[in-house]
Design a protein around this ligand. Structure first.
Ligand code: C5P
Length: 327
């Protein structure tokens, strides 16, 4: 292990199972994420933001090797998972934000694969309440898929251990595995190798939700690698992690996908410039976009709500106040 990783507790479900801390076995009453409702369970699916996102290079399988710090935030989708009244999996999407229905939704695939792995057949009804916008870099679909794995495993008492859930999650998508743990982690590989950062990072931020949906696939496909930049960011961030200064990592705005994203979606670059001209800076792009956030410094006091109003009023971009998630 290198010095940065020494500071971070190695976290994989294999390790967790060894030490007997298996999320799948967490007592429901003590887990804020899951609550029993009638014969079903309600599972919260938090969004994430990237506090840093470094691209180490392109891999032979077409994916990109990443080093990213991800933090769960207090913006949630909700899944109500109940015994079904129809054959198979029934998925209903509700709420203000769009999500594909039926088999197009990753929640559906997650349930199918979970049941296959457990060797079970079951009729399940899932009502997905969407609040997290898609194409925003907030892992909208990935967090729902992880919540479905956790919830269905629990409801049907499938007894899949953390290692199996982790493997399933990693197959479903690069960000899914992060949501089995958290709230803060250093992720490598495609994003599916998770090193949990033990001490949570407390923050309040203003989150801009532009009406633009970015294609992750398109952003990665257009990305031009900058190895010098990667080396520079990596050395700075490793040093800050060694000093346990995540707060300083965020002020670097190290998102190596930003220029590609802005090249494809010019309106986002203009939006960032406008918001920063109001003095609300630095503004940081989450993932492959389109959401951007500004973490409040202590010196900025309690004006985060005012910032959100100012941005909505003067620039007309939807804006909410967020904090780090506790779990
Ligand atoms: O894994 P996921 O389905 O979320 O990724 C969506 C797309 O983003 C992939 O098809 C791939 O083109 C790109 N991607 C990548 N490198 C990663 C993660 C995603 O190139 N580490």
């Amino acid at each position: 292990m290198n010095s940065v990783a020494d500071k971070i507790r190695a976290f994989s479900y294999t390790v967790n199972v060894e030490f007997g801390i298996d999320l799948a076995e967490t007592d429901m009453d003590q887990n804020e994420q899951i609550t029993r409702i009638g014969e079903g369970v309600r599972v919260l699916a938090p969004a994430k933001i990237n506090l840093s996102l470094l691209v180490a290079g392109k891999r032979p399988d077409g994916y990109h090797e990443l080093e990213t710090i991800m933090a769960k935030i207090n913006l949630y989708d909700e899944l109500l998972i109940e015994p079904g009244t129809r054959k198979g999996i029934e998925l209903i999407c509700e709420g203000d934000e769009w999500a594909p229905s039926g088999k197009e939704n990753l929640v559906y695939t997650a349930c199918e694969r979970l049941l296959e792995t457990a060797g079970r057949e079951a009729d399940i009804k899932i009502t997905l309440l969407k609040r997290i916008p898609a194409g925003a870099g907030l892992a909208s679909a990935s967090t729902d898929a992880a919540a479905a794995l956790i919830g269905v495993n629990k409801l049907l008492e499938l007894g899949l251990d953390g290692a199996k859930l982790h493997n399933l999650a990693a197959e479903l998508g690069s960000d899914v595995a992060f949501f089995l743990g958290g709230p803060l982690a250093f992720c490598t590989g495609r994003g599916e190798k998770i090193l949990q950062i033990e001490e949570n990072y407390a923050f309040t931020a203003v989150l801009l939700l532009p009406k633009i949906s970015c294609s992750t696939e398109k952003v990665y496909a257009n990305y031009k690698h900058e190895s010098e930049r990667f080396r520079y960011f990596k050395s700075e961030i490793d040093t800050l992690l060694d000093k346990n200064r995540i707060d300083l990592v965020t002020s670097m705005c190290a998102n190596m996908l930003e220029s590609t994203c802005f090249g494809l979606y010019r309106e986002l670059e203009e939006l960032k410039a406008k918001v920063e001209s109001l003095g609300i800076k630095p503004l940081f792009l989450s993932g492959s976009g389109s959401a951007m956030y500004h973490i409040m410094e202590t010196s900025e006091g309690g004006v985060v709500g005012e910032y959100a109003h100012l941005i909505e009023r003067q620039i007309g971009c939807r804006c909410i106040t967020i904090t780090n998630n506790r779990w």
